[in-house]
Design a protein around this ligand. Structure first.
Ligand code: AMP
Length: 412
């Protein structure tokens, strides 16, 4: 596949502005594959997990089409299984569409009558994009005031999860309220056989796209420690002390933890810096430069650093906690052993993270060795993860990632 840049898609200037503000420089593989198909009005059946950039893969081309509409109307309906995912999609929408005229409503309800009324009012006033959970949307549709007669595109996100949750009939019922002639996009983290009948019923000759989850490079030695939360900081120190490794990158999921680790390491006289979304762009660049130039050997980061930013020759990556999903894990550990060199990646697995780590192992098809804790730390917990049926993305909102901020930044 020839690799594409966002410039190749001829998006409107307003949309490009949103993209750069979100910090997206290069389309992810799923975006490269599906954006041209969606722009050509084809139906698409895509298998892609959370973390692959699937949301922007369908939002960007649909936003482009909205910008070309002569008469504004509700043109896109996105159905998602959970409130969390619907909210997350809406947030991505708000970021990407910030400089465009497109608007959205998220319909996922609360338990009070007030929120139903609010949604009803918003639906009647009209909007470019409706993002909804199936049951709630159906309740509104059955009241008769929602007008989808001009709808151009129906998008199902996490279709596998919707089927698991028993929404199949609701989805079919919703389609009865939509124009027959429309574009259909179905995204799913997995492609179980039961998706096929739904796809067949809804879609016309869909283009099928499958994004295999990436795996860590062969040169990376992956290891893990199963720990109690109270053992983590001490273990981290023992992993760092006396190590003669040029560059060490430590990842933690929240900026709060990143900041407290910075203090902890400084107290132990380990020269380090932290990088997270509270820092100004200038300070981030300064910190990165020091790390790149080897003036500061240890960098502690949230996931903003796990994608995109290139630092060569990192000898050791430590995951102070288990990342949100497999894609994040691959990005984090991929900071070491770049360009066919070798490197080590060590993950600290706290009691609450065991199942997530087991799912990551399943997806990267690797059993990461669990090392024995240093004797002075005492025994850790048993490695006993509860296996879940499938790794569903599931809308876990990922903090610490590329965040929308109000300062547009153009590519230099
Ligand atoms: P998703 O798979 O849609 O849940 O997206 C995963 C994460 O990747 C989200 O935090 C997005 O904001 C981010 N993302 C999506 N597309 C890109 C891109 N082209 N470059 C950088 N980050 C992206």
């Amino acid at each position: 596949m020839d690799s594409k840049s966002f410039e190749d898609f001829n998006f409107s200037d307003d949309l490009m502005e949103g993209l750069y503000t979100m910090g997206y420089d290069v389309p992810t593989p799923i975006q490269q594959l599906v954006i041209p198909e969606i722009l050509q009005n084809k139906d698409v059946l895509a298998c892609a997990q959370t973390g692959t950039g699937k949301t922007a893969a369908y939002l960007l081309p649909t936003l482009q089409r909205i910008s070309e509409l002569k008469i504004p109307h509700t043109s896109v309906l996105i159905i998602a299984p959970t409130r969390e995912l619907a909210h997350q999609i809406d947030q991505s929408f708000q970021g990407l569409a910030y400089f465009t005229h497109a608007s959205s409503i998220a319909i996922y309800g609360g338990n009070d009558g007030m929120s139903f009324e609010r949604e009803k009012k918003a639906l009647m006033e009209g909007t470019s994009v409706v993002i909804a959970t199936p049951g709630r949307l159906l309740s509104h549709l059955r009241m008769g005031y929602v007008k989808f007669n001009l709808l151009d595109t129906l998008i199902l996100d996490e279709a596998d999860k919707m089927l698991d949750m028993g929404f199949s009939d609701d989805i079919v019922a919703i389609t009865q309220f939509l124009p027959e002639k429309r574009q259909n996009l179905l995204f799913s983290a997995t492609m179980p056989a039961k998706i096929r009948p739904l796809a067949k019923r809804m879609m016309k000759d869909p283009v099928e796209v499958n994004i295999a989850i990436s795996k860590p490079a062969a040169g990376i030695t992956q290891e893990a420690y199963v720990v109690h939360d109270a053992q983590k900081a001490k273990l981290l120190l023992s992993l760092l002390e006396g190590k003669d490794i040029a560059s060490i990158l430590i990842f933690a999921s929240t900026k709060l933890v990143v900041k407290s680790l910075e203090k902890e390491l400084q107290r132990a006289n380990i020269s380090c810096n932290a990088i997270h979304s509270d820092l100004t762009q200038e300070r981030r660049e300064e910190v990165l430069l020091k790390f790149r130039n080897r003036n500061v050997p240890v960098l502690i980061a949230t996931d903003i650093l796990s994608r995109g930013i290139d630092v060569e020759n990192i000898g050791l990556v430590i995951n102070y906690d288990v990342p949100g999903d497999a894609e994040d894990y691959v990005h984090r550990v991929g900071r070491t052993a770049r360009a066919e060199t070798t490197g080590r990646a060590v993950t600290l697995i706290g009691p609450k993270d065991q199942s997530r780590f087991a799912q990551i192992e399943e997806l990267i098809e690797t059993t990461v060795p669990k090392l024995e804790l240093p004797a002075e730390l005492g025994p850790g917990p048993e490695w006993n993860p509860l296996k879940k049926k499938s790794f569903g993305g599931g809308g876990g909102f990922k903090g610490g990632k590329r965040r929308f901020n109000n300062k547009p930044k153009r590519k230099a």
